[in-house]
Design a binder for this molecule. Structure first.
Ligand SMILES: *Cc1c(COP(=O)(O)O)cnc(C)c1O
Length: 488
């Protein structure tokens, strides 16, 4: 009974309580969750309750036991993954959708925002008249794009690969620095992970166009069908942007689908200092971008753009179903026309990807853009790019820092050095572990040109310039301590 009573009229009060808990969380004064693991495990790990405790007790547990023991991803100093805590406005929008439109279909304001926000993204990122579809993240967005690529390549040979499968070996060309889930997409699409031809990069981590051409020619000489080229605008590793014009021209020359993975870095086009690096974007057959990365949405929203969504419809065809038949008005003679939101499903996103039921994601993207506009988004992106440059500047100036690669976007790869140190990889690995345990600055590590690097990627809306000074001081302090310990 308790549960049913709570279903009307209590949101204002309860959301205010949860909101206060979240504001407290954003002070980031609590210790890291793992350090208190015993406490929350003891409090939370219980057998399935036969009797409920009621919504007030659940709310209290959320605020006292769960929120304070959440993830460090939202912290300003967390720069390890390219995801971030949702901004306030995106949280408001997603929460509203969970009640007012838990599905993205039907003629509703939420459904309109699904399409409108996709069009806004296309305008903001100069994608021309491309049309989009949302999915849960960049790995799925790339899978959807490669599904379109597979459909296109085989339809040219008179075959429907979605219906009949593939009957010949194909090649997919992506640089050695491409996202590690691209191979999995090929596995899921039934063409096999080994169809990926890893293309060599230059010393800046960008795909080499001559190596791409050689790989395509090699496949053609062996009767293998080139299916897609995948370029990155902003590799996950270093933020490198592949030479899109050159790659796009090769795609045109050989008539190969050209996909651009902009999950992280497509928004970099807003930084006018860098927009020339995006020349060639207009040649893309598909583009993906993650609003849950640099735009500040909470995890769960990515977009794929293509020129013609009917190709996606063929690539992801579903069967008809009796339970859907009566749902939508299909009688052309129906004199009343469309009068109810359920008369019309709106854009049939369920036909364009791998999901049927799906949340409204557009409302969060709409809210993010509506709140600060393209100008505000540009300022944020420039600020993060500046942070990477500021850190690079410091590395050049200080004898204990080595810059491993000039930043393109908001990633900076560097390491601690000293003439006293023998094994720099091992040293930086130890430094890194100490750094993250202090729970304030949390970059990741990576390898670039064979060297272990500290790798912060700045994208958080709550992250600003003061982070750079803090990070630098922490690395210097820990580096000096460790060097002393090891020298003893
Ligand atoms: C993060 C990332 C992905 C994967 O995106 P998810 O949202 O984590 O699934 C794909 N490509 C690139 C370049 C990325 O940075």
């Amino acid at each position: 009974m308790l549960q049913d009573e709570a279903e009307t009229g209590r949101l204002q009060e309860l959301l205010a309580r949860v909101g206060a808990g979240l504001d407290q969380y954003l002070e980031f004064e609590h210790p890291d969750a793992f350090s208190r693991q015993q406490d929350w495990c003891d409090a939370l790990e219980q057998p399935v309750p036969q009797q409920g405790v009621g919504i007030d007790a659940v709310t209290r547990e959320l605020i006292e036991e769960i929120i304070p023991n959440g993830s460090p991803v939202s912290k300003p100093g967390f720069t390890a993954f390219i995801t971030t805590g949702g901004t306030t406005v995106s949280t408001l929008a997603s929460t509203a959708a969970s009640i007012a439109s838990p599905q993205r279909y039907m003629s509703t304001a939420f459904n309109l925002l699904e399409e409108l926000s996709l069009d806004w993204l296309a305008q903001m990122f100069e994608l021309g008249s491309m049309k989009g579809i949302y999915s849960s993240g960049g790995s799925v967005a790339n899978l959807v794009a490669l599904g379109a690529a597979r459909q296109s390549a085989f339809e040219k040979l008179g075959r429907d690969p979605a219906r009949d499968g593939v009957d010949r070996a194909v090649g997919v060309y992506a640089s050695r620095e491409c996202h590690h889930t691209i191979q999995r997409s090929c596995g899921v699409l039934g063409i096999g992970r080994r169809t990926i031809r890893p293309i060599d990069c230059d010393e800046q981590g960008r795909m080499r166009a001559d190596a791409l051409r050689a790989a395509i020619e090699r496949d053609l000489s062996e009767g293998i069908l080139p299916m897609a080229i995948v370029a990155s605008t902003g590799t996950t590793n270093t933020g490198a942007i592949d030479p899109l014009s050159e790659i796009g021209a090769i795609g045109r020359e050989f008539d190969i689908w050209f996909h651009i993975d902009g999950a992280y870095g497509l928004p970099g086009i807003l930084d006018q200092r860098l927009s020339h690096l995006y020349c060639g974007l207009e040649m893309a057959d598909s583009v993906s971008v993650d609003p849950h990365k640099w735009l500040g949405a909470a995890v769960g929203v990515a977009a794929t753009f293509v020129h013609d969504r009917s190709l996606l419809e063929r690539a992801f065809t579903q069967e008809a179903a009796d339970y859907l038949e009566g749902t939508v008005e299909t009688d052309p003679d129906a004199s009343e026309g469309i009068e109810h939101s359920l008369d019309n499903f709106g854009v049939p996103y369920f036909n364009y990807g791998t999901e049927l039921s799906a949340p409204c994601r557009g409302v969060a993207v709409w809210a993010l853009i509506r709140e600060i506009g393209v100008d505000g988004m540009r300022e944020r992106i420039v600020r993060h790019n500046d942070m990477a440059r500021e850190l690079a500047e410091f590395c050049r100036a200080h004898e204990n820092f080595e810059l491993l690669l000039e930043p393109t976007l908001s990633v900076c790869c560097f390491r601690y050095v000293s003439p006293r140190l023998q094994n720099l990889d091992q040293f930086n690995q130890r430094l890194f572990r100490r750094l993250i345990r202090e729970n304030e600055f949390m970059p990741s590590t990576t390898r670039f040109n064979g060297k272990l690097a500290l790798r912060p990627c700045f994208i958080g809306a709550r992250s600003g310039r003061d982070q750079i000074d803090g990070l630098v001081q922490a690395v210097l302090r820990i580096g000096a301590e460790l060097a002393d310990e090891m020298g003893r």
